[in-house]
Design a protein around this ligand. Structure first.
Ligand code: AR6
Ligand code: MG
Length: 360
């Protein structure tokens, strides 16, 4: 690990809030995934925003009876990451790879990315001989830049809440099992940093978007520096630059056409570069009121807002939800809405087991 990362200053965490924040973050991931999934691939109009508002209102109703909203590959893989950390205190990446493969072959129809399934087949065929080889062969050796590493990373941010270096290292190594392109890996690291950072804020104090994003920029700069060759002539800092674009969008007063501009400029696709900064933007924008969303709960507003940006809605809402949940804790999650989501109770238990595995 580089000296640069060692010099990131960490603030103190309130241990009394942590259990609720673990639950909040994993539930944020789950709810974003389940509630965003029906809108995946859509372009969202002003009329759709009204429908999405009603959809979210209905989900909070105690009278609502099923059907349960199913989770997708985001949650399926996130569960495997959490299980690995719970079962193996010294992270065992081969075990993690096996959990991904077992999960995929037992339920292949969860909406996995088109190419990552080849990695699972090769891993199984090679009997996990070299767990990083299949991913490194993707796209003629350039590796996947999809957001599949980022969408499942929240448990890493939680488990290593008090060990920043190990968190960055684990975020990279767990992502590289399926994604080796620098954009795919650093996208996952960026999401991990955002979830981790949100743990350190008490939700009774409103986060200042500028301060929160400046802190992220400092950290992702250090990570991107690691990909430099040290000569300083080919600076590779796409996520730092993108986070600055996030900041400039946050400085614009909300207006109707803004969402379209955000979707186009920050992105809303399955590429990590086109979705992780967008998820962070959703969280930071939703800290304050959004005229098209009639709700004053930051957790719900974050997820609802992510859905209204269209595109890869389940994954962007999943990532934004994980950050919002890490900040707000479980208390912000509407129970009726949660119970509409497949695996709600299981995720709460998983969050508690993860907490027990790392908070002594
Ligand atoms: N060159 C060209 N296209 C690429 C590259 C590349 N280097 N990398 C990725 N793509 P994949 P994921 C395109 O299969 O990241 C699901 O909805 C290519 O079209 O690695 O695990 C999940 O929920 C490839 O098929 O999947 C996520 O939201 C696609 O990106 C999302 O898909 C996905 O990459 C990504 O999941
Ligand atoms: Mg997705």
């Amino acid at each position: 690990m580089s000296n640069i990362i060692k010099h990131i200053k960490m603030s103190k965490i309130d241990i009394n809030l942590l259990k609720s924040k673990f639950r909040g973050s994993l539930l944020g991931s789950l709810l974003g995934d389940c509630l965003g999934a029906p809108y995946e691939g859509d372009r969202v109009t002003s009329g759709d925003k009204i429908i999405i508002q009603k959809y979210f209102d209905t989900l909070e109703s105690p009278e609502l009876k099923g059907p349960i909203r199913c989770y997708t590959d985001d949650t399926a893989m996130m569960k495997s990451v959490a299980k690995c950390l719970i079962d193996k205190p010294e992270v065992d990446y081969k075990y993690m790879a096996k959990l991904f493969v077992k999960e995929y072959f037992s339920e292949p129809n969860r909406g996995y990315g088109q190419s990552v399934v080849d990695v699972f087949s090769k891993l199984r065929k090679s009997k996990f001989d070299d767990i990083y080889k299949p991913a490194s062969e993707q796209f003629s050796g350039s590796g996947s830049f999809g957001n599949g590493g980022a969408m499942r990373i929240a448990p890493v941010a939680l488990y290593f809440y008090n060990n920043y270096e190990a968190m960055i290292d684990t975020a990279k190594k767990s992502t590289q099992i399926t994604h080796t392109n620098t954009l795919g890996v650093n996208g996952a690291v960026l999401q991990c940093i955002a979830v981790h950072q949100a743990l350190f804020y008490d939700c009774k104090e409103l986060i200042k978007p500028e301060e929160f994003s400046n802190e992220i920029i400092k950290k992702i700069r250090a990570v991107e520096k690691e990909n430099d060759d040290g000569l300083g002539i080919d600076d590779f800092n796409p996520y730092e630059d993108k986070m600055k674009t996030v900041q400039s969008f946050l400085n614009i007063k909300y207006h109707d056409e803004l969402d379209e501009e955000v979707a186009q400029n920050l992105g809303n696709s399955i590429g990590a570069y086109e979705s992780v900064p967008t998820a962070i933007y959703c969280f930071l924008r939703a800290l304050n009121e959004i005229p098209t969303i009639n709700n004053n709960n930051i957790f719900r507003r974050t997820i609802q807002y992510a859905v209204t940006l269209g595109g890869d809605t389940d994954t962007i809402a999943c990532m934004a939800g994980a950050i919002a949940g890490a900040y707000m804790g479980e208390e912000a999650v509407n129970k009726y809405m949660g119970k509409q989501c497949e695996g709600y109770q299981e995720i709460i238990e998983m969050a508690d087991n993860l907490y027990a595995a790392c908070v002594k």
